[in-house]
Unconditional design. Structure first.
Length: 85
C-alpha cells in the first residue's frame, strides 16, 4: 500500500503584476503547483492567464489558506475551464 502524501492544492492572490501585466492580474486568485526547487529559489509555479504554469517571484503573491470546501469548488471550476479550452 502506498503511503505517499497527496498535496493539498494551494492558491495565491497576485499582489504585483508590474513585470507581467499580460500574464497576471492583480488581486486575482491563482493556482500554485508544487515545486520545492522553485520555492527554494524564491519563486512559485503558478498557472497564469495563459492556462500554463510558469515561475514567478513569490513576493508577487500572498499564499492563502482556504477551507476544504472552497478548495473543492475552485478545483472543479479549474477542471471545467480546462475541459472547455
Amino acid at each position: 500500500m502506498s503511503t505517499r502524501k497527496v498535496s493539498t492544492p494551494r492558491f495565491a492572490i497576485c499582489i504585483d503584476n508590474s513585470e507581467y501585466p499580460a500574464s497576471l492580474e492583480k488581486h486575482k486568485i491563482y493556482r500554485v503547483l508544487p515545486d520545492k526547487e522553485a520555492e527554494r529559489d524564491g519563486d512559485l509555479r503558478v498557472i497564469d492567464e495563459s492556462g500554463e504554469d510558469y515561475l514567478y517571484p513569490a513576493d508577487y503573491f500572498i499564499l492563502v489558506d482556504l477551507p476544504r470546501e472552497e478548495i473543492r469548488v475552485l478545483n472543479e471550476s479549474y477542471a471545467r475551464g480546462i475541459e472547455h479550452a
